[in-house]
Design a protein around this ligand. Sequence first.
Ligand code: PEP
Ligand code: MN
Length: 354
Amino acid sequence: MLLRLRSSIRDPESEVLRREAAARGYEVRFLDPKRTLVELVRPAGARPPEPSDRVAFEDLAFVAAVLEAGEAPELHERAGRESTVVRIGEAAFGGPYVSLVAGPCAVETEARLLEIARAVRAAGATVLRGGAFKPRTSPYSFRGLGAEGLRFLARARAETGLAVVTEVLDPRDVEQVAAVADAIQIGSRSMSNGALLSEVGRLRKPVVLKRGLAATVKELLQAAEHVLSLGNEQVVLCERGVRGFDGTTRNLLDLGAVAWLKRATHLPVIVDPSHAAGRPELVAPLAKAGLAAGADGLIVEVHPEPAEARSDGRQAISAAEFMRIARCAAELARLERRRLVLPSGVETLAETCP
Ligand code: PEP
Ligand code: MN
């Protein structure tokens, strides 16, 4: 491992460094006369390097940067690893597979959820989305049906065979949400909630982790690391746009982050064009752009009657529009020698992008 120090190191700091290094099985070797560059060497027989080594040194006040972590990559890092494929029901995200998640923003009524589930399945979705617990900017907005919403999701899965992804907001609800959901959504507003991340890290169930409203890419990866560090290896990252200075779109879809993440991490990355766009006519172009940037899937809000939707009606698209996106997704996947995973029985999605 290679460290750059803030300035020439003084003796007490050098002692702290030696102690930390020794505790982790490293010897300290200064590389320059000014003593600002340090190589940490592992003597023969030392314990294997651990992902926590990097942060232990990064956290020292006099260390400016860990230039190279050597053989101690963190769990999310690509570091030469094959892409992780996360499976949610019939869906697969990552490696050669692209899959689509679709459904309403919030679970509203059982009949409406079923209607949407059937429509998005026929259009190529393998996972149904829908919030039973909704994070809302105003406490007076509709906050979801809670446990009743979970029951409707379970019924929609039983009726259609779609897997279900739904959000959890409170660590105390993780158990009841995990009892129904095939994958747990951690929303933007919760990305930095360490207690919630730990709780889902203890599950052995996929987690869809959405980037915070103003989170850096590194912070998103560190949130994923919280989950991975507890042994849950099934994390799907989701880029859904960050706060911009311009209100033309609801958020600023960070396509550079998608392209960069595909190189920096082995975890799958999906794009949410609905929350990025905030308006229906921009959902399809942002969806296509996300896939072109390398995304392993999409999560899209679909509602047959946007005017009646109890949340995010302004960005909802129809099932017919979703089907057009799915056809483009199939074609874009094929161009990249990948495959759009379709629900069983739906083998014939026209592979032409209208
Ligand atoms: C949602 O998926 O409906 C949602 C609330 O998304 P986000 O957390 O990205 O705002
Ligand atoms: Mn929404």
